[in-house]
Design a protein around this ligand. Structure first.
Ligand code: C2E
Ligand code: CA
Ligand code: CA
Length: 703
């Protein structure tokens, strides 16, 4: 074997040392290097010894047998490689190729070959110098990766779920066939595209991006399930349930998100349909009994937290069976539809109208203030009024009436179920004595053995002497001596303890019990005045009269009788009436005020400033006192508005020659403010709380 002579590049410092260096260099590297003559069929001039190591043919054989290389070329590669070689040779170009050679023992090895043409000073090719690198391992590894990738893609493609990999920059880096099908794009159209821009609809884009951000954040969640819609190439919108998982590299950096998605569009539609059917009445599309029960449970839970009330109206058409029997079911249905429509427009925002089946409807009234009776009765009246005009059905006019039962949580029922049952029971009570068209649930009428209703307990309390009066002193300012007392009623209920008026006065007003209660108050106040008189105490005494009492002409007679019975001067008594009651236009209340004035008792307007008093009318009224509503006091001295109102009322009273009492004085600051404003009288917890008569006696004796 001849060492290379010709390539000058390899022998800059003399032939001997150049050869040595060349050998040292090429014979170390794990590849076959060679030099071949450029002429003829390119016999090898030199082949490095690795040729023998790798292929089993010693270098001498390569040099001596010009056909060796061609012979050991793998048959599958031979044609391709030879033609490539021919072409590059003719064009005097470098040759580069990958092919297989078969070793002497029959092993197949992959080589990567590349050569370089060496030219003489005239540019004529002299020889080629090349290298064959054994890339068998690389090839095998590549093939393995390719196989794995193919296999993975095959798995992905037969998967029934959509699979998408979104790179950290939001671009699609992998999709499977199912994803392409659902989205209507080809794989090529999706790869490299911004996922959010291409397929996520505007409405879902922000939320989807934020899930993506959470997952790709350095310390983000590792996986998250999430639903969002996609828009296909054809504009079709689908709802997809995605399971997203962050893909992380070995250094735990997020490289993208693997999402597998299931098209749940149809399933969701079906679910919604089922849910709708389960919760709605087919005929009227109103909520049905099941939905009513759900809403009722929620409303009751909320009311027990907030201290508000829930009302439930149950209504049932009168003689609906007659309509059905005589005019047919189609007409019956038409009537029910018309009724539903009219009830729906009569109800107020937030109320829930439901059809519980047949001709039975419910109206749920959530979040009612206090016991809720006032608004519930108003709602019942609206329902009854909605039936006043006839219904146009099947070309004729039908007059239909309804019976409404009213029940209230927590007053009449302890939970949602009981509320439903009691509204139903009240409806039957209404049917039995159909005078007003509606009835409020009453336990006695429903079940005489059940716990007594509030009204009946209140009635009993009167007989059994459970009502008591407490007295709150009214002080003169600025010296702060008690000069008068306001009588405030309490109910010492053996079951529930001492109840404040707000817990029972509204019910008393509604049931009419306020009349005997008011009578009791007047007598008790006069009796107490007489007891104090024996001790030489004669404070002015205020009693409260509710609007309903004022509408009774007998009120003044009752009062006069009480005064007479206990020998009390009328001028020692003040009757407090609320602003709105006193201002009622042309009412019996106005006439009564005149009578009380004639009788000689004092009159006070309670909660003044709250209503809308006209000043001219105020001047006409025979009142002595204005009691400033304590809601104004609450904001003093913080609110300039409230302070200004109080000051204005004080000035107004001075101008009209009336006395002012400021109510609700709870702090020393408020007290000082009133003194500064020249307010003559005040009452409030800061000065003294309402007290039992005996405690007041001690206080009065001390002053
Ligand atoms: P009202 O006539 O405005 O009575 C004053 C109420 O304010 C009383 O509540 C009293 O306890 C309360 N009060 C007094 N000072 C303060 C204070 O500094 N801060 C606060 N937050 N409240 C204060 P009460 O006794 O609960 O009476 C409530 C209402 O019930 C009375 O309001 C009155 O309208 C009515 N009422 C009381 N007794 C009778 C009665 O015998 N017959 C009638 N028809 N109604 C009555
Ligand atoms: Ca009062
Ligand atoms: Ca008041």
């Amino acid at each position: 074997m001849q060492p290379p002579e010709s390539p000058r590049e390899l022998a800059p410092g003399g032939a001997g040392s150049a050869e040595l260096r060349y050998r040292l260099l090429v014979e170390q590297i794990p590849a076959i290097t060679y030099i071949a003559d450029f002429k003829g069929d390119r016999p090898f001039l030199y082949v490095s010894p690795q040729a023998e190591d790798l292929l089993g043919y010693p270098a001498s054989e390569w040099v001596e047998d010009p056909m060796l290389w061609e012979r050991i070329l793998h048959p599958d590669d031979r044609e391709r490689v030879l033609s490539e070689e021919q072409r590059t040779l003719a064009a005097e170009e470098e040759f580069e190729s990958e092919y297989r050679l078969v070793s002497r023992e029959g092993r197949v090895l992959w080589f990567w070959e590349r050569d370089m043409i060496v030219r003489d000073d005239y540019g004529t090719p002299v020889c080629t110098q090349g290298v064959l690198v054994d890339v068998t391992d690389v090839k095998r590894a590549q093939a393995q990766i390719r196989d794995e990738r193919d296999r993975a893609q095959r798995y992905l493609d037969i998967a029934a779920t959509m699979i998408v990999v979104i790179a950290a920059d939001g671009r699609v880096s992998l999709v499977n066939r199912r994803a392409c099908e659902v989205l209507g794009y080809s794989e090529e159209e999706l790869l490299g595209q911004d996922w959010f821009e291409l397929v996520v609809p505007d409405a879902d884009r922000e939320s989807t991006r934020s899930v993506f951000k959470r997952l790709t954040a350095a310390d983000g969640d590792r996986s998250e399930e999430f639903e969002h819609r996609v828009v296909s190439k054809t504009g079709d919108e689908r709802l997809i349930a995605w399971r997203n998982k962050a893909l992380r590299d070995e250094r735990d950096r997020v490289t993208g998100i693997l999402s597998s998605g299931e098209d749940i569009t149809e399933r969701r539609k079906a679910q919604e349909r089922v849910a709708y059917l389960a919760y709605h009445d087919q005929l009227t599309a109103l909520p049905n009994r099941a939905m009513l029960q759900d809403n009722l449970t929620v409303a009751v839970a909320r009311a027990s937290r907030s201290g508000m009330a829930v009302g439930l109206l149950c209504l049932d058409l009168d003689d609906f069976k007659l309509v059905n029997d005589s005019l047919g079911h189609a007409v019956g249905d038409e009537l029910l539809l018309a009724v539903a429509k009219r009830l729906d427009s009569s109800k107020r925002h937030g109320d829930v109208l439901a059809r519980a089946g047949g001709d039975e409807f419910f109206v749920l009234l959530p979040d009612l203030p206090e016991e809720g009776e006032g608004p519930a009765l108003a709602a019942a009246q609206r329902v009854v009024a909605a039936f006043q005009d006839p219904f146009e059905v099947a070309g004729t006019e039908l007059h239909v009436s309804t019976s409404v039962g009213v029940s209230l949580f927590p007053r009449d029922a302890g939970d949602a179920d009981e509320l439903l049952r009691h509204a139903d029971a009240a409806m039957y009570q209404a049917k039995r004595n159909a005078r007003a068209g509606f009835a409020v649930y009453s336990q006695e009428a429903d079940d005489p053995f059940e716990r007594l209703s509030l009204t009946s307990r209140l009635r009993r309390s009167l007989k059994q002497g459970e009502l008591v009066l407490h007295y709150q002193p009214i002080f003169s300012l600025p010296d702060r001596t008690p000069v008068a007392l306001e009588a405030l009623i309490r109910w010492d209920d053996p079951d529930r303890g001492l109840l404040l008026p707000e817990a029972f006065i509204p019910a008393a007003e509604h049931s009419g019990l306020i009349e005997p209660i008011g009578e009791w108050v007047l007598n008790e106040v006069c009796a107490q005045a007489a007891r104090w008189a024996t001790l030489g105490l004669r404070p002015r005494l205020s009693v409260n009269a509710s609007p309903r009492e004022l509408r009774r002409p007998e009120y003044s007679d009752t009062l006069a009788a009480a005064l007479r019975r206990h020998g009390i001067e009328p001028s020692q008594l003040v009757v407090e009436v609320t602003e709105s009651a006193a201002m009622e236009e042309a009412s019996a209340a106005r006439r009564l005020l005149g009578r009380l004035d004639t009788l000689g008792v004092g009159l006070a307007i309670d909660d003044f400033g709250e209503g809308f008093s006209s000043l001219s009318r105020l001047r006409e009224l025979p009142v002595d006192q204005l009691k400033i509503d304590r809601s104004f006091m609450r904001d003093v001295p913080g609110s300039e508005g409230a302070s200004a109102v109080i000051t204005a009322i004080i000035r107004l009273a001075e101008a009209l020659g009336r006395t002012v009492v400021a109510e609700g004085v709870e702090t020393e600051e408020q007290h000082r403010f009133l003194v500064e404003q020249g307010c003559p009288l005040a009452q409030g917890f800061h000065l003294c709380r309402p007290l039992p008569a005996d405690d007041v006696t001690a206080l009065l004796l001390r002053n």
